[in-house]
Structures are given as C-alpha cells and as structure tokens.
Design a protein. Structure first.
Length: 151
C-alpha cells in the first residue's frame, strides 16, 4: 500500500537517494534538488511529500502555491524511482496527492509544466485527469502547461 509521508530527519537521506532512469534525468531535478527546492520555495507554502510503499521510499513530489494569476497549486516536481516505475505507483501516488489537495481545498486547480518530449509523464498526468491548458510560456516553448480542476 502507498502512503504520502512528510520529510523527516529519519527519511530525508532515503529520499535523497532516489533516482530516475538515465533518459529521464533531463526532465526533472535530482531527488536532492527536489528537497532543496522545497526549502527555497518555503515562502510559497512548498512541501515535499515522500511516497512510501511498505515503509520503503519509492518516490517524491514537490507542491507549492502558484501565486500569479490564476492562483492555484503548482506540482513542481513528481518522480518515482527507476526501480518502481511501470507498476502503477505513479498513477496511484498522483491520485493520492490530488485527493490531499482537494481535501485541503485552498485552490480549485493544480498545474504542472511538462516537457513535451516526456511522453511517459504526460501519459500519467492525462490518465488522472490533467488536460493541456493551452498556455505556452514564451520562455519555455518546449513545455506543456497541464491543469487539473477539482470537481
């Protein structure tokens, strides 16, 4: 069974050791980089979740408040360790994150920016209900801005 867990003194090193496959490395920060971003974005209510299966860390996610219009949640980073990919854990963990944010209910949507070449990530986001928002950031023309609206 999967759980979302807070980062603690006891588990941060296990989280920092997570890695994605070689061909995925240019799509997101390292695990240690994700932990660091959680600290850097602390003024944006950032939080890093560990994703645990049977008391073993298998992934992590960074969520922060997006304070520019439209205000909402920003899924900054989401990763499942290479050893645990293609087993449905990413989809299950993403659903759990969305349920958590819906229950928190501070915003009506979640956005994520995904490299258009990262087909695997796009597939997972679409599977849980994210859609292309149509917004294109001129500074990041190779990225798709996807959005999930809480119903």
């Amino acid at each position: 069974m999967l759980y979302l867990v807070d980062v603690t003194e006891e588990n941060w090193l296990e989280l920092a050791a997570l890695k994605v496959r070689e061909e995925q490395k240019h799509f997101l920060a390292t695990a240690l980089g994700i932990l660091a971003r959680g600290y850097v974005y602390r003024n944006c209510n950032a939080r890093v979740f560990g994703i645990s299966k049977d008391n073993q860390m298998i992934g992590m996610a960074l969520i922060r408040d997006f304070l520019d219009a439209p205000v909402g949640y920003d899924l900054q980073q989401f990763m499942i360790d290479a050893r645990f990919q293609n087993m449905g854990y990413g989809t299950e963990a993403l659903k759990m994150i969305l349920q958590f944010l819906k229950k928190e209910a501070r915003y009506g949507h979640v956005e994520v920016c995904v490299n258009n070449k990262d087909r695997q990530a796009i597939h997972v986001y679409e599977k849980v209900g994210f859609i292309d928002s149509g917004y294109v950031d001129e500074a990041l023309p190779d990225y798709i801005n996807m959005i999930y609206h809480f119903v």
